[in-house]
Design a protein. Structure first.
Length: 217
């Protein structure tokens, strides 16, 4: 199994939205939830820099993005909670000896903080950071790297994603992908390529798919 982190393992979209508005607002960019979903959610850092900060010197671009991520970490330090049903799903995978990895476009500091805050860092076999690869999501490479780290074939895997770029990345890697509806709706996710969508990891259809794909080993 392969999991995105933000908006999938935990619903942090509101925190990212607030952090972007705190840092980008004074620079003339204000985001509502719809604009966040369409223009920021799931995008690689390089893509966001190119779209909104191209007039800034490169060194300043990196500084602004780090300010945004530091702001997010400050907000997230108040506490984050796992999506309902997540821990039970990880328990199910452990019982079947099925390994899992996190695949994200988030910076490593953010990703490690989220996994640690959720109390699951030690349970994941691998952590793949899109911006540390030659291509981030929506390119399939991050999920291909996740499969490689797990020693898994795409047809035997399931991915869980909440963003357009994430679903595109996982499906392009040949992985059956479940959309977690923290921002996009069912129709949007299926139009991008998700095989089904669920509000939480407690959804019976999600659990049935996992058991069918991964089953007891």
């Amino acid at each position: 199994m392969l999991f995105d982190i933000d908006g999938t393992l935990t619903d942090t979209d509101a925190l990212h939205l607030e952090a972007f508005n705190r840092v980008f607002g004074p620079r003339g960019y204000v985001f509502d939830r719809a604009r966040f979903t369409n223009e920021l959610q799931g995008f690689a850092m390089a893509s966001i820099r190119e779209r909104f900060l191209s007039r800034e010197p490169e060194e300043r671009q990196f500084a602004i993005m780090e300010e945004k991520e530091a702001t997010f970490r400050t907000l997230a330090a108040r506490g984050v909670a796992p999506m309902p049903g997540l821990i039970a799903l990880l328990d199910l995978a452990d019982a079947a000896n099925v390994p899992y990895a996190a695949v994200t476009n988030a910076p490593r500091l953010n990703a490690e903080m989220m996994l640690k805050s959720l109390g699951v860092a030690h349970r994941f076999k691998a952590l793949v950071i899109g911006d540390e690869l030659t291509h981030a999501k929506p390119h399939p490479l991050p999920y291909q790297e996740g499969l490689r780290a797990l020693g898994a074939a795409p047809e035997a895997a399931v991915a869980f994603e909440d963003s357009r770029s994430g679903i595109q990345s996982a499906t392009a890697a040949g992985i059956a992908t479940v959309g977690i509806r923290t921002s996009l709706d069912d129709a949007d996710m299926k139009a991008i390529g998700a095989v089904l969508s669920a509000k939480t990891f407690e959804d019976p259809a999600l659990i049935a798919l996992v058991k069918a794909k991964l089953g007891p080993r």
